[in-house]
Design a protein around this ligand. Structure first.
Ligand code: ADP
Ligand code: MG
Length: 248
C-alpha cells in the first residue's frame, strides 16, 4: 500500500459558529497529483492551512508523513505557494534570486548569509522552475506567469516531497498556464513529487490531476479517470453539474 502523506480523520474547524471544515476524512498518498475543487468559501484554503499546521483542528486528527501533526517538525519536506502569492507590492525592490532564497529563510535565518550549498539549492530551484535566466531581474518587472514561477521556485528550494499550491493560476495568461501544468506534470512524474493543487477550473484540474478532492466543508476523493461527473456533483450540486467550463 502506498505511503500516506496526508491523513485527515474527522477533522472539524470553525472560525466562528459555522464550521468551515466539517468532519473531513480523506488521505493523500505518495505520488498523488490531487486537484482540489469546490465553490468559493467551501473550505479549500482552510483545509490546506490545517494540512500545513497553520490552523489547529477543533476536533479530529491530522497526520503528515505518517506522524501526528503536533509532533511533525520536518516542514522543509512541504512546499507551499499561498493564494494570491503574486499579489504583492510591485515596487518591492527584490530580485528573483532574493525572493526565491526566502525559501531558505527558516533554515538559514533571514539575516544570515546563504551558505554555498544554500546558494546551489536556490539556483537549482530557479532552474527547475525554468527562470534561471531571470535571476537578477526585479520581481516587479516580470509578467504574472513569471512571478508565479518565482513563488514556485521559492517553494521548491527546500526540495519538498509535497508541494501545495493554492489557486496559483489566477491572473496568469493561457500560455503561461499551459506551461505551468507541464512543469507540474514533470515534478509529479519525473521527480515523484506529491502535489495538491487548488483550482476553481474543474476542466483543467480533471485533465491534469490524477485525483480530485471535492471540498464542501467535508472532503471526498474521486479518481479523475473515472469521470468527473460525481466530482462535479459533489462540489457544485445538481444545478452546476452540466455548466460548461472553459478549456483552452
Ligand atoms: P475557499 O478557499 O474554498 O474559498 P476558505 O477556506 O477560504 O474557502 O473559507 C471557508 C469559510 O471560512 C468561508 O465561509 C470563509 O468566509 C470563512 N473564513 C475563511 N477565512 C476566515 C477567517 N480568517 N476568519 C473568519 N472566517 C473565515
Ligand atoms: Mg481559497
Amino acid at each position: 500500500m502506498a505511503e500516506k502523506i496526508i491523513e485527515f480523520k474527522n477533522v472539524t474547524f470553525s472560525y466562528g459558529k459555522q464550521p468551515a471544515v466539517d468532519k473531513a476524512t480523506f488521505s493523500i498518498e505518495k505520488g498523488d497529483f490531487v486537484g482540489m475543487i469546490g465553490p468559493n468559501g467551501s473550505g479549500k484554503t482552510t483545509v490546506v492551512k490545517l494540512m500545513l499546521g497553520l490552523l489547529t483542528p477543533d476536533s479530529g486528527s491530522i497526520r503528515v508523513f505518517g506522524k501526528e501533526i503536533s509532533g511533525f517538525h520536518d516542514w522543509q519536506r512541504v512546499g507551499y505557494v499561498p493564494q494570491k502569492a503574486t499579489n504583492f507590492d510591485q515596487n518591492f525592490p527584490a530580485s528573483v534570486f532574493e525572493v526565491a532564497s526566502m525559501g531558505m529563510a527558516s533554515k538559514a535565518g533571514l539575516m544570515k548569509q546563504l551558505s554555498k550549498a544554500d546558494h546551489g539549492a536556490v539556483e537549482k530551484a530557479l532552474e527547475v522552475a525554468g527562470i534561471s535566466g531571470l535571476r537578477n531581474s526585479r520581481i516587479g518587472d516580470l509578467s504574472g506567469g513569471q512571478q508565479q514561477r518565482v513563488f514556485i521556485a521559492r517553494a521548491l528550494v527546500s526540495e519538498p516531497d509535497l508541494l501545495i499550491l493554492d489557486e496559483p493560476t489566477v491572473g496568469v495568461d493561457q500560455k503561461a498556464q499551459h506551461e505551468f501544468y507541464l512543469l507540474l506534470g514533470e515534478l509529479n512524474r519525473k521527480r515523484g513529487m506529491t502535489l495538491v493543487l487548488i483550482s476553481h477550473d474543474v476542466g483543467v484540474v480533471a485533465k491534469n490531476a490524477g485525483k480530485i478532492a471535492c471540498v464542501n466543508a467535508g472532503v471526498t476523493m474521486h479518481d479523475a479517470s473515472s469521470g468527473i461527473d460525481s466530482a462535479l456533483l459533489c462540489a457544485y450540486g445538481n444545478d452546476m453539474g452540466r455548466v460548461p467550463h472553459h478549456h483552452d
